[in-house]
Design a protein around this ligand. Sequence first.
Ligand code: ATP
Length: 121
Amino acid sequence: MPKESFLKNRIKSVGFAWRGALLLIRTEPSIKIQVVLALVMTAAGFYFEISTLEWIAQVLAIALVIGIEGANTAIEKICDFIHPEFDRRIGFIKDVSAGAVMLVSIGAIIVGLIIYLPKLF
Ligand SMILES: Nc1ncnc2c1ncn2[C@@H]1O[C@H](COP(=O)(O)OP(=O)(O)OP(=O)(O)O)[C@@H](O)[C@H]1O
């Protein structure tokens, strides 16, 4: 059987990634909340007419939070699949993964404060 071309494989992979992103948004409450927050912050960006650099910081912050949250969800699912029973090592993995989301979220909140506090006060 002839091997599929590099380009065909890449296009297929993008399709799988899109399916994954849609699955995340449809099924994960935490991602739904973050997508709503991302829309609110995007609207705020237009309302306050933030600068190009501020847009770059905001878009990166939003993408990081949602991206890491997606990875955290995948790690939790792997944990539940390979070891559904209670195990402190699974607890450690899940805690570390959730901690990563929290650290990125704190960074995103700080970026938001730096951008919007001077515009509000
Ligand atoms: N199998 C397990 N063994 C040990 N501790 C666990 C296990 N499952 C969950 N925990 C502990 O409970 C915490 C919450 O786990 P859970 O899988 O419910 O994550 P969550 O962040 O609440 O998930 P969700 O994103 O679905 O709300 C973990 O961070 C961990 O401390």
